[in-house]
Design a protein around this ligand. Sequence first.
Ligand SMILES: NC(=O)C1=CN([C@@H]2O[C@H](COP(=O)(O)OP(=O)(O)OC[C@H]3O[C@@H](n4cnc5c(N)ncnc54)[C@H](OP(=O)(O)O)[C@@H]3O)[C@@H](O)[C@H]2O)C=CC1
Ligand SMILES: Nc1nc(=O)c2c([nH]1)NC[C@@H]1CN(c3ccc(C(=O)N[C@@H](CCC(=O)O)C(=O)O)cc3)C=[N+]21
Length: 292
Amino acid sequence: MILLDGIKTSQELRTEIATEVNNIVQNGGKRPHLAAVLVGNNGASVTYVNAKIKACEEVGFTSTLIKLSDTISESELLLEVEKLNSDPEIDGFIVQLPLPLQIDEKKIILSIRPEKDVDGFHPENVGRMALGMPCFIPATPAGIIELLDRYNIETGGKHCVVLGRSHIVGQPISLLMARNTYPGNSTVTLCHSHTRHLSEIVRTADILIAAVGRPNFVTADMVKEGVVVIDVGITRVVDKTKKSGYRIVGDVDFDSVSQKAAFITPVPGGVGPMTIVSLLKNTLKAARGKKA
Ligand SMILES: NC(=O)C1=CN([C@@H]2O[C@H](COP(=O)(O)OP(=O)(O)OC[C@H]3O[C@@H](n4cnc5c(N)ncnc54)[C@H](OP(=O)(O)O)[C@@H]3O)[C@@H](O)[C@H]2O)C=CC1
Ligand SMILES: Nc1nc(=O)c2c([nH]1)NC[C@@H]1CN(c3ccc(C(=O)N[C@@H](CCC(=O)O)C(=O)O)cc3)C=[N+]21
């Protein structure tokens, strides 16, 4: 079994990005600038946004964190987005999801300028991705593709089973695995809560991408020998032995599944760090795009 090490791989990528930032600055260019909007103080969201800001500092980006109250109205948040849209200093920005119930996420996503939409959530970017046109690919699927690529994992002609059809993970990774470039050219089956005979389908997977958000959902009896396993799931479970009071559990029962897998991502330390570095890559691309 080979561990798909997201910490090591993302560190390599961060070093590459930092080198490019240095080149830009030495040639008189401006540092890429990412802004993140955080509404409220949901524990996981605070952790992720802080991790994104820290990653920006590491590669030499400028970053701005905009913290807003969870009682903010939709129109107030739309105004914040508009400010970022029209601020020439900002190359790209994200609005951390989920948002409070009084705010319609779709409206917010639609209001983001596609050229600054480094999350790749705007319909223009989603449509472009589906058509294989230049776009921002959402960070989590982009990170998975990068990991497969860096470990030279064969994907052509393989059966890739995706668990979960969310717009931020399951749906885009299904499209990417099916497209006609490497990594891709897989035969994709997309499963969700209405899928029948899910275990039987998973057992036929050469590549399994799990994004359901249910701890230890995939067990060893459900996978075949030699499977490549990408575990996207992140669930916090109470653990009093930890200083934080919780530990993070993936969608895959790592201890048993890793005994049958050829490659597997750990949780934490797999897809998560790749997501963050992919956001940096998108921001670098946004910064470059403006010059062209
Ligand atoms: N590592 C990273 O960078 C990231 C990790 N995550 C994590 O990935 C997980 C998934 O997140 P996200 O994609 O936002 O998921 P959502 O919660 O939006 O969607 C979950 C999907 O799983 C499906 N599902 C749920 N239960 C079952 C079941 N019993 N059988 C089959 N399908 C099921 C749902 O089906 P249906 O559509 O029918 O409801 C849905 O499509 C979470 O743990 C999240 O924290 C998310 C983003 C990034
Ligand atoms: N607009 C928006 N864009 C997102 O990209 C987005 C979002 N909203 N909302 C939530 C999900 C989730 N997500 C993660 C990012 C990093 C880790 C990550 O770094 N995970 C670490 C562990 C972090 C921890 O300690 O909790 C790891 O897996 O090693 C996890 C999850 C981005 N998302």
